[in-house]
Write a protein that binds this ligand. Structure first.
Ligand code: NAD
Ligand code: TYD
Length: 357
């Protein structure tokens, strides 16, 4: 069943992937309309959307997905026909220190959104609608070194409070399709990197710390594996799913691009040696710290279904994507310095200082 989105509600659109999605969408579909709903938590930053603030087809609403009344009002006032649901607590380490916010936003928040769309779309007979839920490969748990990558049929075995809360939200979305007939789709994507990523996540943290001559913290032995995808390639996949995906279906998105953490940190150090020679060799900054509790060893995604059924192909190679990303952080130093303010420093203290080996 094809869908032609006209008026989008993008939850979490001031965060990393959501803001990149807004920019991607306006580039692809300049006539489209987007309303962003974002609570502006520590991870949300309105500056990420500065380039579209003057666009008459764009509206920013500072609000919470838990506020069902607000969501109902937006759905009606803005004649929303498509929701792209990014809003979440997204950092595994924070979920270990404080799981409550993850259950509240990721599970209850998703359910509040679903209740609102059921009331406005289903109860009022709006047939042309889509609810796209953005999820993660982490719901599948961890893989043995020689195991085949995750397919959509892989058992859900979430290991961190973050992954468990996302798994819970995936199940609730599924139930609203199965029980009430809501037109849902879900994507489970691997690790993203690119512009506007908060420097609490591995890649921007390493770039920022290289520039400041600070330690590059590698958890445990650094042999854990992640499958990295450039953020616009994730958003291209979401675009395909919204337009051409089969309702009720899950699609895995990934880059077929597995790296150990230590290799990725070393690669960034080598690239930073070229861009910022005064700090070279940056690999001298690599510091092994205490491992993350319950740390998943390996994630890898089989993106065969979205490739076969929807013709998905990532555009960016890892080499081109990581260079673009480093260039962006070099050109936008003010952006990341501003987000690394006092409260962020408190987090660094909590997560790393007490974790020294
Ligand atoms: P992020 O932490 O950068 O952004 C999350 C955004 O959601 C922020 O703008 C925040 O203010 C907003 N938000 C949080 N709670 C909210 C609430 N209750 N109401 C309204 N807004 C709220 O996250 P991200 O990395 O951009 O991830 C976006 C989505 O993609 C998440 O659902 C995440 O699980 C999923 N995902 C992320 C990755 C990744 O590598 N980053 C990979 C796969 C899937
Ligand atoms: P992260 O970017 O937090 O994403 P996720 O935990 O969702 O995969 O971390 C990516 C990998 O890098 C993960 O295996 C944890 C590791 N890591 C470090 O070794 N040091 C760090 O300082 C951070 C933030 C992550």
């Amino acid at each position: 069943m094809k869908h032609s989105p006209k008026s989008l509600l993008v939850t979490g659109g001031a965060g990393f992937i959501g803001s990149n999605f807004v920019h991607y969408w306006f580039e692809q579909y300049p006539d489209g309309r987007i309303v962003v709903l974002d609570a502006l938590t520590y991870a949300g930053n309105r500056a990420n959307l500065a380039a579209v603030e003057g666009n008459s087809k764009f509206r920013f609403v500072h609000g919470n997905i838990l506020n069902t009344t607000l969501v109902e009002q937006l759905l009606q006032d803005e004649q929303i026909d498509t929701i792209v649901h990014f809003a979440a607590e997204s950092h595994v380490d924070r979920s270990i220190h404080g799981p409550d916010a993850f259950l509240k936003t990721n599970i209850n928040g998703t359910h509040c959104l679903l209740k609102a769309v059921k009331k406005i779309w289903l109860d009022q007979g709006v047939e042309n609608h889509r609810f796209h839920h953005v999820s993660t490969d982490e719901v599948y748990g961890t893989l043995e070194p020689d195991a085949a990558p995750f397919t959509e049929n892989h058992q859900y075995l979430p290991n961190s409070p973050y992954a468990a809360s996302k798994a819970g939200s995936d199940h609730i979305v599924r139930s609203y399709h199965h029980t009430y007939g809501l037109n849902t789709t879900t994507s489970n994507c691997s690790n993203n990197y690119g512009s506007y990523q908060f420097p609490e996540k591995l890649i921007p943290l390493v770039i920022a710390n290289c520039l400041d001559g600070k330690a590059l913290p590698v958890y445990g032995d650094g042999r854990q594996i992640r499958d990295w995808l450039y953020v616009d390639d994730h958003n291209r996949g979401i675009d395909l799913i919204i337009r051409n995906g089969c309702v009720g279906n899950i699609y895995n998105i990934g880059g077929n691009n597995e790296w150990t953490n230590i290799n990725i940190v070393t690669l960034i150090c080598e690239l930073m040696d070229q861009h910022h020679p005064q700090g070279a060799p940056h690999k001298n900054l690599i510091t092994h710290v205490k491992d993350r509790a319950g740390h998943d060893r390996r994630y890898a995604v089989d993106a065969g279904k979205i490739t076969r059924e929807l013709g998905y192909m990532p555009v960016e190679t890892f080499e081109s994507g990581i260079r673009k990303t480093i260039d962006w952080y070099l050109e936008n130093e003010q952006w990341w310095r501003r987000v690394m303010d006092g409260s962020y420093q408190d987090w660094i203290e909590k997560n790393y200082v007490y974790n020294q080996q």
